[in-house]
Design a protein around this ligand. Structure first.
Ligand SMILES: [Zn+2]
Length: 430
């Protein structure tokens, strides 16, 4: 055989229910053996964890239109460095990904870059204006499985209902940015005592919950699939938990910053903490963690949102919302949820939320495991105990707006493989 065997790694495969030290042999694009003898070249992975490549349901790659912030090339390089083998970029580019041409452009740029698989999300409405539906059929014909106006809520219940009904034709998924704009207006941070104290307009938790409730009702009525992005409030977690108990076809994601950072950070007026939905209270953070632990929240998604320094590093009120996430998501999850006392997620559950669950919730075949003979070798190798300090300048993203700069984390990506090929190897982009 001409391939290689990763030896000595702890193979943690949530999809296959495996957690044991085993050799994994790869030939060409596929896994050919798990737990066998060394075949081909030996690649030492002693002390490392081998898992299905991570899958991110929510990123902003900014191309076309904002190549000063990120490009498909730089964003997918950041993904590979973060252990991701598949990412789903949102449609709020310029031009908007509301027709087949942009889907084709982003897909082509991703293939040329070759760092990871990219599954573009199509817009729900033309120009994200919330009025007429986008060319959903043409995009679905290109393989688009999820539609979202992320960044902008679909305000009209009528438009949302039609979108859900239409998406059901292809069993596609609608993901609505959950914000009732009538309640947020010029909001700058989470609404509470602190927003009054700081004199910043508040983004009340009800604005998220009203929209989630509406969407759950509409999705249920249409028998359609709904995905709730960046869940940030305790009330939203409860709504999704109840809907799941009643058999709704709903999935949900949470971003690392929403299960680690709290609104008190806004008191620094450092715009790196400005994000939509905003950082919430300790109680909300705890509820999001519980939602991940009990499976109410299926996936950890980064909402990777690059902004160049000249935009992001402005006075709080003028700075745009958003944070980087791709290169810190795994380590933040390991540090804050797996190593936490008390532990929030087992390692297998954490990797399920970063890989298996997102792949399945969006019908992304070949990713998220299982790691078994015949499966595409989409894998991540990481050192679960290595400590490192986040250096914003060392990231592969074109932007630097990480809220974890200077933070010491535990768990570091060593290598990433896409269909048997290293996209990131021994800490260097391949
Ligand atoms: Zn959003």
């Amino acid at each position: 055989m001409s391939g290689f065997t990763l030896t000595g790694a702890r193979v943690v495969d949530p999809a296959g229910g495996r957690d044991e030290v085993a050799n994994v042999s790869i030939d060409g694009e596929i896994v050919v053996a798990v737990g066998g003898q060394v075949q081909g070249t030996r690649v030492d992975a002693d002390g490392l964890v081998l898992a299905p490549g991570l899958v991110d349901l929510h990123v902003h790659l900014r191309e076309p239109g904002r190549e000063d912030a990120e490009t498909v090339e730089s964003g997918t390089a950041a993904a590979a460095a973060g252990g991701f083998t598949a990412v789903c970029p949102m449609a709020n580019t310029d031009p908007v990904c509301d027709h087949a041409g942009v889907v084709e452009q982003v897909s082509r740029l991703a293939r040329e870059a070759g760092h990871c698989d990219v599954y573009p999300i199509g817009a729900i409405t033309r120009g994200l204006r919330g009025e007429e539906l986008a060319e959903m059929g043409a995009m679905a014909a290109q393989g688009v499985r999820c539609f979202s106006d992320d960044g902008m809520p679909v305000r009209s219940a009528q438009v949302m209902r039609r979108a859900l009904e239409y998406a059901r034709t292809w069993d596609a998924i609608i993901c609505n940015h959950a914000e009732e704009a009538a309640l947020t207006g010029p909001a700058q941070m989470n609404e509470g005592e602190l927003s009054s104290l700081l004199g910043l307009a508040g983004w009340p938790h009800e604005a998220e919950e009203v929209m989630v409730a509406r969407d759950l009702i509409l999705a249920r009525g249409r028998g359609a699939r709904l995905h709730v992005p960046h869940v940030s409030t305790a009330g939203a977690v409860d709504l999704i938990r109840d809907a799941k108990a009643r058999g709704a076809r709903v999935t949900a994601e949470a971003a690392p910053h929403h299960f680690t950072l709290v609104d008190e950070l806004v008191a620094t007026y450092d715009p790196v903490y400005k994000v939509n939905p905003p950082l919430r209270t300790k109680e909300d953070v705890e509820a999001v963690r519980c939602g991940l632990a009990d499976g109410t929240i299926d996936a950890i998604a980064t909402d990777h949102a690059p902004h160049p320094p000249e935009q992001k590093e402005q006075e709080w009120a003028h700075a745009p919302c958003g944070m980087l996430g791709l290169e810190t998501a795994l380590a933040v999850t390991l540090t804050e949820l797996v190593d936490a006392q008390p532990r929030v997620l087992t390692l297998s559950k954490a990797l399920g939320a970063l890989s298996t669950n997102p792949a399945r919730s969006r019908d992304i075949g070949g990713h998220g495991g299982p790691i078994q003979p015949g499966a595409p070798a989409n894998l991540v190798l990481f050192d679960p105990s290595q400590r490192w300090t986040v250096d914003a300048r060392a990231l592969h993203s074109r932007s630097r707006n990480t809220p974890f700069a200077g933070t010491q984390l535990r768990g570091r990506v060593i290598s990433t493989l896409l269909r048997g090929r290293f996209t990131f190897r021994d800490g260097v982009l391949a």
